[in-house]
Design a protein around this ligand. Structure first.
Ligand code: ZN
Length: 205
């Protein structure tokens, strides 16, 4: 997948982006679907991307087809590739979807779970804000708690999953709830709070 060239710090607000929450809201994450996303950047540049999404396990992905202008040849090059989609379980059942960043940095795949992928001007591959070294105007102005929230959420999901596997059905011992089961309940309560925070994520962005 996409290998990274050198990108200096730039603003995420000025890049084309794919937002998993937006795709869910638009009904794209309920099976297999095809659609088009159009970005209007500044006053002139309009870019369209055909998307095909498949979210049936185990093979979940978004396929992107779009044209990238090649400044050297002034010809458009059609780009077509898939990006993996992964899930985390929600407290009340069902799953939450995330992109898996497809970029490779110094021979190491990024593979970060992210809600937003960006395509900076001149790039052919969508990637996460870490790989493209993107910052936010809002982050610069106010400081932004959002991304620490995401990484904490993923930690919580992983810890809950591990502990759930360890505990299995062994919640009780001699009539008392086991320490691990109590800890699992605590983690689940935290996940419930984080889930409702993420459900309102659009308002935070
Ligand atoms: Zn990345």
């Amino acid at each position: 997948m996409g290998r990274l060239g050198g990108f200096g710090a730039r603003l995420a607000d000025e890049s084309k982006s794919l937002n998993i929450f937006w795709l869910k809201k638009a009904g794209y994450l309920s099976g297999s679907s095809i659609g088009t996303i159009t970005w209007k950047l500044g006053h002139q540049e309009i870019v369209s991307c055909v998307i095909a999404i498949h979210v049936f396990p185990p093979d979940r992905f978004i396929r992107l087809t779009f044209k990238v202008e090649q400044p050297s040849s002034k010809k458009d090059q059609t780009t077509d590739y898939k990006i993996k989609i992964t899930t985390t379980p929600c407290y009340f059942g069902g799953v939450r979807y995330w992109f898996v960043c497809p970029l490779i940095h110094d021979g190491i795949a990024c593979n970060r779970r992210v809600a937003i992928l960006y395509l900076p001007s001149g790039a052919s591959y969508f990637g996460c804000r870490h790989c493209y070294n993107l910052t936010y105007k809002t982050q610069q102005r106010h400081g932004c708690r959002l991304y620490s929230t995401f990484s904490k959420y993923f930690d919580l999901c992983d810890k809950t999953k591990d502990l759930q596997e360890q505990v299995g059905n062994r919640l009780w011992y001699a009539g008392e709830m086991t320490r691990k089961a109590k800890r699992l309940m605590k983690l689940r309560r935290k996940q419930l709070a984080s889930d409702s925070l993420l459900d309102n994520w659009d308002c935070l962005h």
